[in-house]
Design a protein around this ligand. Structure first.
Ligand SMILES: Nc1ncnc2c1ncn2[C@@H]1O[C@H](COP(=O)(O)OP(=O)(O)O)[C@@H](O)[C@H]1O
Ligand SMILES: [Mg+2]
Length: 159
């Protein structure tokens, strides 16, 4: 990550609120990667992103298991992938993963480090670290003008 700014979340609700703030800022074609060990709160953050994108709050957001990508309509479509259960790059190709980068939606990917070549360099990168049972450090980074812009806007609006 070229820049490194971070903030602390002290509860799942706070992480969802951060996600919602991000979801409000996203534009068509944006790609967001979310790293962190199991239980870090990646899916929790994506639930907030869905809220911020105007996805129907009654629709549960869980990591896709049988399908590669979960797609949810909203102000922009939320496309949510989790590379944890993906076996190979070939599997991503077969599923048409490269067709998901278009302006009608945003793509959010958990476990990006498992298949880094499948993602564009220019993306907003989030890394969540477990600090204690309910505390998480959320780091921002990424490459490109959009990543810098999103990071600045989040840090301006947080709290
Ligand atoms: N500050 C926090 N932010 C996010 N999740 C938290 C936080 N504190 C505790 N948790 C708990 O950690 C777990 C995160 O689960 P999940 O979002 O599925 O993680 P991941 O997708 O990274 O494996 C949930 O059980 C959630 O309640
Ligand atoms: Mg998850």
């Amino acid at each position: 990550m070229s820049r490194d700014r971070s903030l602390v979340s002290r509860s799942p609700d706070e992480t969802r609120r951060l996600g919602a703030l991000l979801g409000e800022l996203l534009e068509g074609g944006d790609v967001v990667s979310v790293s962190g060990e199991l239980g870090a709160g990646k899916t929790c953050l994506v639930q907030g992103i869905a809220r911020g994108l105007g996805v129907d709050p009654s629709v549960p957001i869980t990591s896709p298991t049988f399908t590669l990508v979960g797609e949810y309509p909203g102000r922009l479509a939320l496309r949510h992938a989790d590379f944890y259960r993906v076996e190979s790059y070939a599997r991503l190709d077969d599923a048409g993963f490269q067709d998901l980068f278009d302006e009608s939606g945003v793509l959010v990917v958990e476990w990006p480090e498992l298949f880094p070549e499948a993602l564009p360099q220019e993306r907003f990168a989030i890394a969540i670290e477990l600090v204690s049972e309910c505390e998480r450090r959320v780091r921002f980074g990424g490459v490109g003008r959009r990543a810098a812009q999103i990071e600045r806007r989040i840090l301006e609006r947080w709290r």
